[in-house]
Design a protein around this ligand. Structure first.
Ligand SMILES: Nc1ncnc2c1ncn2[C@@H]1O[C@H](COP(=O)(O)OP(=O)(O)OP(=O)(O)O)[C@@H](O)[C@H]1O
Ligand SMILES: [Mg+2]
Length: 275
């Protein structure tokens, strides 16, 4: 067994593809995600080009984002850069016209979002990520919708991770604070025992203290063996915990490196981190 309480034996256990030192050397990658250290990544949206609907303009331009086992990968960039669009593309909610999405070596570009959940992907979208009129517990039960086995143990693990949710389990999720709602959303995604977790702005609209707390919980989840690919508005704080960081601008990869490399890069600091 993996020691990962959220999984059975579904995760990727091949440590040989893990890079314990993060994602490598900082490189400006203007214009293209081609070759953005994508080899063998556990989950990768590889040089994705695409937009909304069948006739909408391309929002992503050869954009690459990826995450490996043991890693937290963070996507930052200005509003409208295409961060959420890139996440939706990886989750199958967007028409990827060029490029591909691969999970654990398999091409999943043509799978529906539902099938991607079944394949092991958990996704917490930026908006509408909980059922507000349902109780906390019902939200978690909804999260387990694809499971036919007994999910009570997983629910117990979610309550251990987020004790406040146990206290509020009979309360409507819509009555919770912003930070607590985000815990419900993350908990819901964990209920399928995902092999990889994708979070779009998990700390949106919460205070700095709650943000720190949520980051601690996310690190805790990642330590159980679930790779995490997340978008963050709090770029500096997020890059501090990132093994791998992407700066996206206008749907393209602008900079890629370890979180540390990006934090230390003068250009990245000046343009994206407020100096
Ligand atoms: N459902 C949609 N239909 C059409 N265009 C969309 C849709 N959602 C987003 N867009 C467009 O795609 C572009 C990128 O938006 P996206 O939401 O991916 O940016 P973002 O980097 O996540 O921004 P933010 O930091 O504000 O969350 C924007 O120009 C936006 O108007
Ligand atoms: Mg967004």
């Amino acid at each position: 067994m993996s020691g990962n309480p959220y999984q059975n034996d579904r995760g990727n256990k091949d440590r040989s593809i893990t890079n314990p030192h993060g994602a490598g050397t900082l490189r400006p990658s203007p214009g293209t995600g081609e070759g953005v250290h994508s080899d063998n990544a556990f989950l990768i949206g590889d040089t994705m080009t695409g937009g909304y609907g069948s006739g909408g303009p391309d929002i992503l331009h050869e954009c690459t984002i990826a995450v490996n086992p043991g890693e937290i990968a963070v996507i930052v960039g200005p509003n409208g850069a295409g961060k959420s669009t890139a996440m939706k593309a990886v989750f199958g909610m967007l028409n990827v016209r060029k490029g591909s999405v691969r999970l654990d070596g398999k091409d999943i570009t043509d799978l529906s979002p539902q099938d991607r959940v079944a394949a092991g992907m958990g996704f917490v979208p930026q908006t509408s990520n909980i059922f507000t009129s349902m109780t906390v517990e019902e939200n978690l039960e909804m999260g387990a919708f694809i499971r036919t086995d007994d999910f009570r143990q997983t629910m117990e693990q979610v309550y251990e991770l987020f004790p406040i949710l146990r206290e509020k389990r009979k309360q409507a999720a819509g009555e919770l604070s912003g930070g607590q709602r985000q815990q419900v959303a993350v908990g819901r995604a964990l209920m399928t025992q995902p092999k990889v977790l994708m979070l779009d702005e998990p700390t949106a609209g919460v205070s700095p203290i709650v943000m720190d707390e949520l980051f601690d919980r996310i690190i805790e989840v990642s330590r159980t063996g679930i790779p995490i690919l997340m978008v963050e508005q709090n770029a500096r704080q997020a890059l501090e915990i990132a093994d791998r960081g992407y700066v996206l601008v206008q749907g393209r990869n602008a900079y890629t490196g370890t979180g540390k490399e990006l934090l230390e890069d003068p250009e990245v600091r000046k343009s994206f981190l407020g100096g």
